[in-house]
Design a protein around this ligand. Sequence first.
Ligand code: AMP
Ligand code: ZN
Length: 472
Amino acid sequence: MKKLVLYNSLGRELQEFVPIEENKVKMYACGPTVYNYAHIGHMRCYVFEDVLRRILLRDGYSVKFVMNVTDVGHLDSDSDTGEDKLKKQSTKEGKSIRDVAMFYEKDFFHNFELLNILSPDIVARASEHIKEQIKIVEEFIEKGYAYKLEDGWYFDTSKVEGYTCLNCVKDDGVVQDRIKATDKKNKADFAVWKFSNNGGEYEWDTSFGRGFPGWHLECTAMSMKYLGNKFDIHMGGVDHIPVHHTNEIAQAKALTGDVVANYWLHSGFLIIDGEKMSKSKGNFYRITDFEEQGILPLSYRYYVYGFAYGKTASFSIEALKAADNALKSLYNFETKIHFIKDLDISIDCDKDAEEKLESFVEEFDKCVHNNLDMPKAMEVVWNFVKFVNLNLLKISPSKIIDILLDFDKVLGFGFSLDNPISQEIIELGKQRFSLKKSQKYEEADSIRDKIQEKGYYLEENKEYFVINRYHG
Ligand code: AMP
Ligand code: ZN
């Protein structure tokens, strides 16, 4: 396998990736809380996770990818106070919690389709893993890791050695004063079970009281159920470092004595006007918001590649439009190569030029394996395009397409093996080309108009023609 270097938040350093089992990778991503529409901030995180998964697949690993969906237990303070985000939304919309969850979950996965993000192998809903979560709380109580307060059962963080191993704070059991409850033994202690007895939806009876699970518990229960006590990679946004992932590590340590995953990877925030884009602040865009401006959903994927994944990225429509133009140029380039291939234009193969192509693949490889350096990887893609354009009729188009498809295993732009322009339009182009050759210009121009009416653009020279979908 190729050497892959990743920035591990656990240890805060670049480390070579070594899987637990040879040729296999088990990875877990914290999924959405489905109480509102998915926005492009979330999608930055899921595109990053998708790129990592694609790199591993391209390298030949068999990958098992599990993602949770939070439909219960995430309170609106993001800690242990306030109302359940889904319950609150269900009251607002006058719908059942399940209907609210299903509606926004569907919207979330629609974003995956629009962005060509590979579906997880397993999607695990918190509300469908209550039995597993109850069992863990029972074990915490039995082993003395959980204690009871008026509003629920709390996890005693002082019982876990190295509680703050993921966080930068010294190991003094105080991460931050995120909960007001004065009765807690340690400020960082968090709820694993909250009491609730409204006779409503999403409450469960247990031997330790009726209620619902704490937010962090679901990821421990579901990651360990599907990936085992120890797996390779755990991912999420940077906001998960100090609380959610810290608490997941503590819970699993209480169960097994070990850190549950070897590599903890975090993607940076997408900010807008200096603030984190978030559902609760309402300062967000959805992918579908750009449709009217003719911006392709996949251009957001391109946009994300402009930033190192762990760093904060600032969003602007202008930059997204620039990404959209660049992606459309790439599609036009892809189409051009298909035309050169399909029209059987004579190629005067130059060995040196063909050999040089390999160096672009090597460079691309180096970049993506260097902690997913996508800004540099995209530079390589453009250098490749420039080089091909300069040597267009000296390189076998099939070779160029093979390389584009290989890059696309990581990029996910949807390049294709066959010409993306429909056969009907290609035939029109062929007719015009031969009419022009026979100097029947009037007829040739009427066909050109037909092609343009259908929204395509012709690019012609003496040797060949190309029909593009996009202005470029
Ligand atoms: P949530 O649905 O709020 O639990 O978030 C789902 C995932 O999206 C988490 O991993 C968050 O860290 C991530 N996320 C939320 N907002 C942003 C943002 N503005 N930029 C980047 N990632 C985000
Ligand atoms: Zn999680």
